[in-house]
Design a protein around this ligand. Structure first.
Ligand SMILES: [Zn+2]
Length: 283
């Protein structure tokens, strides 16, 4: 074979390799439904030794997968935008959390910014039924909604000690007849191991997390409220739990999965981690 022919074959082979890699593979975007704060970290983690003002993200995720577009959590309800919190949430939570959400931060606009529309979303995974995670579920009437069956019980009839306003029933009362894939444990979403829903109860009765395998980044664990922030990893439990025992087991479980798979743990309300790693695609 002539040298030029060899070069051409080599070039073709290279193009094939480049072409066949991440084009059809999944990619993941980390965004936020505005911010909460500033407030004292002890308001969320009472056992934390030092007072410190924090301003935290309300993490949502967009996963573009060859088998369909996925949204993980839908943030604060759009009605909470632009200083209108008290029209939608109880006043005490507005005063404590201080949501700073612009209308453009809401999931429908976030999808638009990334080049998608709400109609194209095939799956909505809701980690749990608190107001900063389930807020805009009603924007997705055509999607399949993936949630733990127990969390649906929780959403509709929280225990008395949970009725401080974190469950806003009007966020989901018109979503009652949506298509729910009601889970009882872990679930391999597309049947290929790339997106696995992990049951991580404790923060709420049916909290769940998501493990995503990406072609270049590797394993990413989206803890959602199984682990709020790095201080929880350092041994200071969250101050809001359905069951502290289950919370501790779920936290340990996610740490071990991270270590076994050499993965990264992305935490939904970690100020520093979002500053460093939020607002971008992971491939
Ligand atoms: Zn949360």
């Amino acid at each position: 074979m002539k040298k030029s022919a060899i070069a051409a074959v080599a070039l073709l082979a290279l193009l094939f390799v480049v072409d066949s890699s991440p084009v059809s593979a999944q990619r993941l975007y980390w965004t936020t439904s505005g911010m909460f704060g500033p407030f004292d970290i002890k308001g969320l983690i009472p056992t934390y030794p030092d007072s410190r003002q924090i301003t935290i993200p309300i993490s949502m995720w967009v996963l573009d997968h060859p088998k369909g577009l996925v949204v993980i959590d839908t943030g604060n309800n759009a009605a909470v935008s632009d200083g209108n919190c008290k029209s939608h949430w109880v006043a005490g939570l507005c005063d404590f959390l201080k949501p700073n959400q612009k209308r453009d931060d809401v999931i429908d606009r976030q999808l638009q910014k990334l080049g998608y529309s709400v109609d194209k979303v095939k799956v909505v995974i809701t980690s749990h039924s608190h107001l900063d995670h389930i807020g805009n579920i009603e924007m997705f009437p055509k999607a399949i909604h993936v949630i733990q069956k127990k969390e649906l019980y929780q959403a509709w009839w929280p225990e008395k000690f949970q009725r401080g306003g974190a469950h806003v029933i009007k966020d989901y009362d018109d979503a009652r007849d949506f298509n729910y894939l009601e889970l009882d444990g872990d679930y391999d979403l597309f049947g290929d191991g790339t997106v696995v829903v992990l049951s991580t109860p404790g923060h709420t009765l049916g909290n769940q997390s998501v493990k995503v395998k990406l072609p270049q980044t590797g394993t990413v664990i989206i803890s959602q409220d199984a682990i709020w922030m790095k201080e929880n990893l350092e041994g200071h439990p969250a101050g809001l739990n359905y069951s502290v025992l289950d919370y501790s087991k779920s936290l340990e479980r996610l740490k071990m999965i991270r270590d076994l798979e050499n993965g990264q743990l992305f935490m939904p309300h970690d100020e520093g981690q979002y500053k460093e790693k939020g607002g971008k695609w992971y491939r």
